[in-house]
Design a protein around this ligand. Structure first.
Ligand code: UD1
Ligand code: MG
Length: 476
């Protein structure tokens, strides 16, 4: 049987260089907390638990993690999430010591950092395989500029030479600083061995910290094999310490998502100008123009086209629909549904509960909220539909609005099939416009209208023949 995996995520550090009141691990990458990416990765490994070590901003971090854990796990894994506090923060070795009471000796401990969001599960699995429940396995990388990192010190010059120690930059000699192979901060270690080694740590070093990295020399002294699993993809071990690094990793992350979409057949006008801050599912022959942002859960059906500069969140767009440029869609919790072949925008706004049927047209400067529009209904210019039920083929004129709010309560407007609402009408809810009826332009409708007839509610037009314009009186 494979050795059980316990993940320890270090997240107690302050993140001074972010210059933010928010704990570092809660800064967002791809719309989610850095720490959420790490937790997701742990979930993919079928770890039996993940222990998060918190310190700075502990309450906030723990509350945010609980929300991640409550959210539906996209991988179907059940990851037990636990927290331990590290106060004060005396170093990475001290951090892992705090987790020991929760770690059983039959497992392997995988140490991760909450501020390293882009490690891939396959990389960690390879590291775990190298450890095989017996060895100390370190994830390493060669860096052109290794300044600041712990160096991998080997017994000889050869790349395959035995690893002897990790020496922190601040403690390293000139010769050691010339080493380009660095420790990523990620290791897999048999827990029973880890326990003994952590008990032997001291803080006699340049930073007076208890270094987790010191366990390497204990392993060597005890004759336990130490293996370095060296990778070449620096982004996988890159940490976030500053807003600049956060922005760099955001681009790496976005390019990964764009590449995955294109490999699936999605045509992106420019993969560098796409932002997916959540999950974007696409059918066949989907085309997305530049500068679009997708948030939450968005699904685009076959042949959907999204024009430039659209922001689409929490929405399901059915096959063949076209979202013209500068459209803003946000379904929030209720979601937005756009039917097959619908035409939306440019400059349209769809809000929570907008449920549009097939072939619906929503044009420029039209806002739709919590409303159902049946097949073929159209609102093409400058209009508001809130809390409305709109029948098939209704034509809703320019400048018309549903007055759905009386200052205290919201009321529904029902517009039955084949109704024609003229321009600049106010429909004061609750109200029903009968099937096939027409409402004359400029009407304020306060009572239900009968089906099939023209209803007009505005002052009668009069022309006054002998009326004279006022004229200015001469001065003096
Ligand atoms: C650490 C490694 C170094 C490696 C580098 C990779 C040690 C001693 N050094 O250095 O070899 O090259 O990572 O990025 O481990 N943390 C706590 N409690 C603490 C201290 C840190 O939870 O008391 C957390 C931090 O929040 C962070 C992680 O541990 O998530 C790493 O800490 P950091 O101070 O950044 O370690 P480095 O000095 O960068
Ligand atoms: Mg660091």
């Amino acid at each position: 049987m494979a050795t059980p995996i316990d993940v320890v995520i270090m997240a107690a550090g302050k993140g001074t260089r972010m210059k933010s009141t928010r704990p570092k691990v809660l800064h967002r990458l791809g719309g989610r907390a850095l720490l959420a990416h790490v937790i997701d990765c742990a979930a993919r490994l079928s770890a039996r638990q993940a222990v998060v070590i918190t310190g700075h901003g502990a309450m906030e971090v723990e509350a945010a993690c609980a929300r991640v854990a409550d959210a539906k796990d996209p991988f179907g894994h059940d990851l037990g999430l636990k927290f331990v506090r590290q106060e004060p923060q005396l170093g990475t070795g001290h951090a892992v010591q705090q987790a020991l009471p929760l770690l059983a000796d039959d497992g392997v401990t995988l140490v991760l950092s909450g501020d390293v969001p882009l490690t891939q599960a396959a990389t960690l699995q390879a590291l775990l395989d190298q450890s095989d429940g017996q060895r100390l396995a370190l994830l390493t990388l060669k860096m052109a500029d290794p300044t600041g990192y712990g160096r991998i010190v080997r017994a000889g010059d050869q790349a395959s030479a035995q690893v002897r120690a990790i020496v922190e930059h601040k403690d390293a000699s000139e010769a050691q600083r010339a080493i380009h192979e660095i420790y990523s901060g990620i290791m897999a270690v048999p827990t029973r061995l880890l326990r003994g080694w952590l008990a032997r740590l001291d803080n006699k070093n340049a930073q007076n910290e208890y270094y987790l990295t010191d366990i390497v020399k204990f392993a060597v002294a005890d004759g336990v094999a130490v293996v370095a699993h060296q990778i070449t993809d620096a982004a996988q071990v890159a940490g976030v310490n500053s807003p600049v690094q956060l922005a760099e990793l955001e681009r790496v992350y976005q390019l990964r998502q764009a590449t995955a979409l294109m490999e699936q057949g999605v045509r992106l006008a420019d993969p560098a100008r796409l932002d997916v801050r959540g999950t974007l599912a696409c059918g066949q022959d989907v085309e997305i123009d530049v500068n679009c942002v997708f948030e939450g859960r968005v699904s685009l059906g076959d042949r959907v086209h999204v024009g430039a500069n659209c922001v689409i969140a929490n929405a399901t767009i059915a096959a063949g629909a076209v979202i013209h440029p500068f459209t803003h869609i946000d379904g929030e919790k209720l979601g937005v549904q756009v039917g097959e072949g619908a035409l939306i925008g440019p400059f349209a706004r769809l809000r929570p509960g907008a449920n549009l049927g097939a072939e619906v047209h929503i044009g420029n400067f039209v806002e739709v909220k919590n409303s159902t529009l049946a097949r073929g209904a159209k609102a093409n210019h400058l209009a508001y539909l809130g809390d409305a039920t709109v029948g098939e083929r209704v034509n809703y004129g320019a400048g018309s609005i549903t007055a759905n709010y009386d200052g205290a309560n919201k009321h529904r407007t029902v517009i039955e099939a084949d109704v024609h609402i003229g321009s600049n009408c106010v429909l004061v809810a609750p109200i029903t416009i009968g099937q096939g009826g027409t409402v004359g332009g400029g009407s304020t409708i306060t009572r239900d209208t009968p089906p099939g007839v023209l209803t007009v509610a505005r002052a009668k037009q009069v022309s006054i023949a002998n009326w004279k314009r006022p004229v200015k009186q001469p001065k003096g």
